[in-house]
Design a protein. Structure first.
Length: 603
């Protein structure tokens, strides 16, 4: 089944079948396999293990998310992402829990299925079902030309939302035997805040000593020349082992301290990507990047396939038709109740407001996934006759997860076209938002105003962080070092496969989606790597490149979702690349009007 999921994902990506996300394909295979197991009579042995999920399958996914994160884009939109992930999760939990409790009071949901404390269990149900998992949506985003802002908001919210939902769920479990009221609300908020802050500090405090040690293993790598060392010895294996073990150590340490392992692991990944990655050997860099991509992919495929297997067990579960029929509509309604008001609140502070169609898309892609189902299996056990409350919530959660993945995930492509978000870039989106916020402004005037804002430069807080990081932190813990060779300035490849990520002088930070790829072609040649598109790299062959062959000649059309800007094309011109090579285009989601003009509206 896992092998079938891998093969199916390959063909989906190869033939760009955007109507069938890989996660939906893996889940469908699981449902098919579960049906066969049910016919053969051993479906009861295929039980989803929350321990295996939270301690074995989830950590690689979370660490890979932090390790390959586009930090500049994530933290540039961190205020909006935090609104959605933190305050939005609180709103969804409260509204969903109270709505479900109301259904209990009017006897749409059987009280016996929720035990002696239905209000607490309804709030726990609201917390676990608030965990979004838009893997299906993000896989479609990566294949289509969507605004980078949309991708980063959805991805950022999903990463933090899962952590917030788990922390909120565990906090409510601690108050399970305490009657909920206004007096307990400050205690819940305080406990939530301490878990969140403590988890972040745990992740950072585990990652930084590891980065400090790696920087002093053999000295920071010279990006332009081989290290002066004994060629018979390579520290690659030890460097990889140290990064991997420290990551899992952060997760386990946070769990032992009754904090959030997900939050700790996510920030450990960010720290390792920012510091440790640039202190290890080139072989270790490539291996780390590929290993965590592989581990996350296999884990996600296995999780969705195994969720599909659980469908075969629904017949033996306790069903509550009130929970089943109202679950998905309540999810959509409570998500709307937090996305639209919080977007309006975010627009009060954003220089470039979020347009209504972007908000609609963010609302529509709030899929539920394995985190919600894993938490449903961790609901407190209820003694006596009411112990069937757990199977009722488990069944309802599984139905919501399956329907949202198969239906909403597969509808991502049509929804993008319906909301006019395919084939536009962040500048177009920002102009739409500016025109909506300031009624009566012409599209031309809105576009000009947006470009003026984009050229205004980075914030003072970002500038202060750059100074602190470059002056004090990087000398201690490592990090991307400034390079200068043959009059070309640049930065080594990052863990996400980008040369200009988070660089100090890579371009205008205020321009959404700009990756600062100036002179990236010469830089990649100097590192001995060239990009083939889609995040793939291979050794550079100057002889082949000189006659128009080699990897550049096989670029063909731009990768789906790729973008480039006028200044990128000017700086990476015909003199900067082999004859016959296509203009360099980084493999990031989004696009630009210039792309559509040169390709007749198609990319």
């Amino acid at each position: 089944m896992l092998l079938g999921g891998v093969v199916a994902t390959f063909f989906i990506q190869h033939y760009k079948l955007t109507w069938l996300p890989p996660s939906a394909a893996a889940m469908s295979l699981g449902i098919f396999g579960g049906g066969i197991a049910w016919l053969l009579g051993f479906s009861g042995t295929l039980k989803f293990s929350p321990e295996a999920f939270f301690y074995g399958l989830l950590p690689p996914i979370v660490f890979a998310a932090g390790f390959t994160l586009k930090k500049r884009d994530f933290f540039r939109n961190f205020g909006t992402i935090s609104l959605y992930a933190v305050l939005g999760t609180f709103i969804s939990t409260i509204l969903f829990g109270l709505a479900t409790y109301f259904l209990v009071l009017i006897r749409v949901v059987k009280r016996s299925h929720l035990g002696p404390a239905p209000l607490v269990e309804c709030m726990l149900y609201g917390a676990l079902i608030s965990a979004t998992d838009p893997v299906a949506t993000l896989s479609v985003f990566s294949e289509l030309s969507v605004p980078p802002l949309l991708y980063h908001l959805v991805f950022g919210e999903s990463v933090l939302n899962d952590a917030v939902a788990i922390v909120l769920f565990r906090t409510l479990v601690e108050f399970y035997d305490t009657p909920l009221g206004l007096s307990t609300l400050p205690l819940i908020v305080w406990r939530f805040a301490t878990i969140g802050i403590g988890s972040i500090l745990t992740g950072i405090l585990v990652a930084l000593p590891c980065a400090f040690l790696l920087k002093r293993f053999q000295g920071a790598p010279d990006q332009d020349a081989p290290r002066q060392k004994d060629l018979a010895f390579s520290g690659t294996v030890y460097e990889i082992a140290l990064v991997v073990m420290s990551a899992y150590m952060a997760y386990l340490t946070a769990e032992v301290l009754q904090l959030s392992g997900i939050v700790a692991l996510f920030f450990t990944g960010i720290c390792h990507a920012h510091y440790s990655y640039f202190s290890v050997e080139r072989d270790a860099q490539i291996t780390l990047r590929r290993f965590f991509q592989f581990a996350a992919f296999i884990s996600e495929t296995f999780v969705f396939a195994f969720l599909g297997l659980q469908v075969a067990q629904l017949g033996s579960k306790t069903w509550d038709w009130g929970l089943l029929l109202t679950g998905l509509p309540l999810c959509m309604a409570t998500r709307a109740a937090n996305i639209f008001p919080l977007s309006r609140l975010a627009n009060l502070r954003r220089k470039l407001p979020l347009p209504h169609n972007l908000q609609m898309m963010i609302w529509a892609v709030g899929l539920r996934g394995a985190v919600a189902y894993g938490l449903a299996l961790n609901l407190p056990q209820i003694e006596g006759e009411s112990d069937e409350g757990i199977p009722a919530i488990e069944s309802a959660t599984l139905v919501i997860v399956v329907l949202s993945t198969l239906i909403l995930g597969s509808a991502t492509g049509p929804l993008l076209r319906h909301f006019d978000l395919q084939g536009v870039d962040d500048t177009d989106v920002a102009a739409m938002g500016y025109a909506q916020l300031h009624g009566g402004v012409s599209p031309t005037a809105a576009m000009q105003r947006v470009r003026d804002i984009q050229r205004s430069g980075r914030s003072s807080m970002a500038a202060r962080w750059k100074i602190l990081d470059r002056t004090f932190l990087r000398p201690l813990f490592g990090g991307r070092e400034r390079l200068a060779a043959d009059g070309v300035q640049g930065y080594p490849l990052g863990p996400d496969g980008a040369c200009g990520e988070d660089s100090d002088d890579s371009g205008d930070d205020s321009e959404p989606g700009h990756r600062g790829r100036n002179n990236s072609h010469e830089q990649e040649q100097r590192h001995g790597l060239v990009e083939r598109g889609g995040g793939e790299y291979e050794p550079f062959n100057s002889d082949l490149a000189g006659r128009g062959g080699g990897p550049f000649s096989s670029f063909g059309p731009a990768p789906a979702g790729a973008q480039h800007h006028e200044q990128d094309l000017d700086s990476v011109g015909a003199m900067d690349r082999p004859a016959g090579a296509e203009a360099y285009m980084p493999p990031h989601v989004g696009g630009h009007a210039l792309d559509r003009q040169r390709s007749g509206g198609q990319r």
